[in-house]
Design a protein around this ligand. Structure first.
Ligand SMILES: Nc1nc2c(ncn2[C@@H]2O[C@H](COP(=O)(O)OP(=O)(O)OP(=O)(O)O)[C@@H](O)[C@H]2O)c(=O)[nH]1
Ligand SMILES: [Mg+2]
Length: 269
């Protein structure tokens, strides 16, 4: 399954002139794929980063992340597809990176980073029409080309990077709670992270003042009337799935400050 996904991603990249990787600005380091990057490099394609969901962080944080990635040599833009912020800048940056028309751009990234929203935002104002990719037998069926403007095409495929990594990482990378054998450990880790980076996050999301992740899950379950029928204990698995979903929906709101990158860099020398 995962292998097939990487293969599909490779084929998407092969068809593109520019590859745009969409990261979640709440945690860009965890939603940045090294493996994707080496694939893009191997195909000799140009690459850009988009830090999306910038409406969820203060502006200075968005700017700091942008300057960090710029200092690492990336072409990078921050956007909010939801608030339609930065999409004009993104369109211009893609054109700069792509050079001469016609060109084709693949929008890729981990699940739920906002790829489709960005495609819509990029196309929106132009009322673009769709047309299938000409040629390339066997592949044509899966690919849709969207026209942003004449000579500027977007490839819409499942440009989804297969989710790998540990359980906390995989949740931050968009893995749905339904796909997890046990949602409790990642939910506990997520709550810990939320309390660390935004001490008010749990209070704001649930009105719960506790700072103990297990207690928080129990309290969420209790308040919603979720109990094990056999023992009457709070059904924390259901609460855990709720917490994970709420991070994805940004109801449980926190972000990793850019200073963490500088610390991680320091640690790794
Ligand atoms: N706050 C905020 N939410 C966003 C933004 N862009 C997308 N979202 C939300 O994030 C969720 C995922 O957005 P999609 O555009 O479907 O993301 P995707 O990357 O195409 O998702 P998959 O196709 O499932 O991989 C949706 O609930 C969007 O409303 C943004 O800029 N800000
Ligand atoms: Mg999508």
């Amino acid at each position: 399954m995962e292998l097939a996904s990487w293969r599909l991603l490779a084929r998407t990249i092969k068809h593109a002139d520019v590859v745009v990787e969409v990261l979640d600005i709440r945690d860009p380091m965890s939603t940045h794929s090294r493996r994707l990057e080496s694939m893009v490099r191997a195909f000799g394609k140009k690459m850009m980063l988009v830090l999306n969901k910038s409406d969820l962080v203060p502006r200075r944080v968005a700017e700091k992340w942008q300057s960090i990635y710029e200092s690492l040599g990336y072409a990078v833009v921050y956007t909010s597809a939801r608030a339609r912020l930065g999409t004009r800048i993104l369109r211009a940056a893609i054109k700069r990176a792509a050079g001469e028309k016609p060109f084709t751009v693949a929008i890729v990234g981990y699940p739920k980073t906002g790829k489709s929203s960005i495609i819509n935002a990029l196309r929106g104002r132009h009322g673009a029409s769709t047309s299938p990719v000409p040629g390339s037998p066997g592949y044509t069926r899966h690919v849709q080309l969207y026209k942003v403007e004449p000579g500027f095409y977007l490839i819409d495929t499942p440009g989804v990077i297969p989710v790998e990594g540990g359980w906390l990482e995989s949740v931050i990378r968009g893995r749905s709670p339904e796909e997890l054998a046990d949602p409790v450990p990642p939910a506990l880790a997520l709550l810990e992270r939320a309390l660390k980076y935004n001490p008010r996050s749990v209070l704001d999301a649930y009105g719960i003042a506790s700072r103990d992740p297990v207690e928080i899950l129990e309290e969420i379950a209790r308040r919603r009337g979720w109990f094990y029928r056999s023992t009457g204990e709070p059904l924390i698995e259901e609460a855990a799935r709720t917490v994970i979903r709420d991070y994805h929906k940004a109801k449980l709101l926190f972000y990793v400050p850019p200073e963490e990158y500088l610390k991680a860099k320091h640690r790794s020398g």
